[in-house]
Design a protein around this ligand. Structure first.
Ligand SMILES: NC(=O)c1ccc[n+]([C@@H]2O[C@H](COP(=O)([O-])OP(=O)(O)OC[C@H]3O[C@@H](n4cnc5c(N)ncnc54)[C@H](OP(=O)(O)O)[C@@H]3O)[C@@H](O)[C@H]2O)c1
Ligand SMILES: [Zn+2]
Length: 343
């Protein structure tokens, strides 16, 4: 099969599309013919190095978000047949550690990640455990299905499961053009929130409005704290959803109403933030790390996305041979929604 293989750390030319052996399934695994695989920031970060996910090894095939058709099943698999249209949960839990047996598999210390520390979807075929597969309903395009797993499960875990929005609450969502935040805007609107979206360009703010954002503000040129006060009659927003990190952390805390909650799940602009402890405790704010999602979260998220007919925002679709172009598109920072490769 053809696959985008990374043999070293570096720029886009560290990845080469080459012929490799077809992968074979173990007894409880299946082979999926990849029809679409969406990019995530992690693909680019691990290409540049250093590795972020424990167990990452070179050579590596990235691509966490996979949709396709089952073409071969292992000897012990009876849950799925060849020809099934499927989407893959990229987080594979061990099933036997203390966290897994306790039912909190999000904390499984032996998690394997498709495209993170085992071969992923930037290839014509990928092998995954049968338990990682979820059916794609008829009528849902496989490009759209591939855009769902990481972005929607991250947004679901942070906004729906962790922040627990109530009807009519104001939520400020940063980086509104990113894969995770386009999903978050859709989910927050359907949860009955009023959305204040922030981003770094007019094009991204326009896209946020089309997704239903009630109010938008440019976080590079305008004062997001003032915008939060203005939108909420001076009170401050109830929730901030952030994965940008230090660049907007202070502003996020100041934009919150007393007892507001900041839910965060990323560190795009760095890993350390400072803030005023008295301001935080006196206002009674809640700082909520979102944590990873579990198998049940993923299934809940997917069921909701299909039932509600949510359409992921697709920025662009690239053939496998243009994996460098796809990654460049993401790195340039002007993508809106998901960049997808179709092997
Ligand atoms: N915890 C988890 O389980 C989990 C899972 C998936 C992803 N994540 C994290 O979530 C984040 C987003 O992932 P993604 O794949 O959706 O990324 P993405 O589509 O590449 O989006 C990154 C966004 O960061 C924003 N940004 C960059 N520099 C900025 C700055 N100086 N000020 C303000 N905004 C800035 C950009 O926003 P503009 O639109 O304003 O340019 C861009 O849209 C990453 O940090 C990723 O590691 C976490
Ligand atoms: Zn485990």
């Amino acid at each position: 099969m053809r696959a985008a293989v990374q043999r070293r750390f570096g720029g886009p030319d560290a990845v080469e599309v080459v012929e490799v052996d077809d992968p074979r399934p173990g007894p409880r695994e299946v082979v999926v013919a990849v029809r679409a695989a969406a990019l995530n920031r992690l693909d680019v970060l691990q290409r540049e190095g250093p590795a972020l996910i424990p167990g990452f090894a070179l050579p590596h095939i990235a691509g966490m978000d996979v949709a396709g058709e089952v073409v071969e099943v292992g000897a012990e698999v009876d849950s799925v047949r060849t020809g099934a249209r499927v989407v893959v949960d990229p987080a594979i839990r061990c099933g036997s550690c203390e966290a897994c047996t306790r039912g909190d598999d999000a904390l499984c210390g032996a998690t394997l990640v498709v495209g993170g520390n085992r071969p992923g979807g930037f290839a014509e075929r990928v092998v995954v455990p049968a338990t990682a597969l979820h059916p794609v309903p008829e009528g849902v395009d496989l490009v759209h299905a591939a855009a769902v797993p990481t972005a929607y499960s991250t947004a679901w875990k942070a906004v729906i499961v962790t922040a627990r929005p109530r009807l009519g609450e104001w939520i400020m969502i940063h980086a509104a053009g990113s894969g995770v935040s386009t999903a978050a805007i859709q989910l927050a609107k359907r949860a009955g929130c009023l959305v204040l979206a922030t981003a770094g360009s007019e094009a991204k703010l326009e896209a946020a409005k089309r997704l239903g954002a009630d109010h938008v503000v440019n976080n590079r040129t305008d004062d997001v704290v003032a915008a939060a006060r203005e939108a909420t009659g001076g009170r401050g927003v109830d929730i901030v959803f952030d994965h940008v990190g230090p660049a907007l952390f202070q502003a996020s805390l100041l934009a919150l109403r007393p007892r507001g909650r900041l839910v965060f799940c990323g560190s795009t602009t760095g890993t350390e933030a400072t803030f005023s402890l008295p301001h935080a405790y006196q206002s009674g704010m809640q700082l909520l790390g979102a944590g990873g999602y579990g198998r049940a979260d993923f299934a809940d998220m997917l069921a909701y996305v299909w039932r509600a007919g949510l359409e992921p925002v697709i920025d662009s679709v690239h053939p496998l041979d243009d994996i460098a172009g796809a990654q460049h598109r993401m790195e340039r920072g002007d993508a809106i929604g998901k960049v997808v490769v179709t092997p």
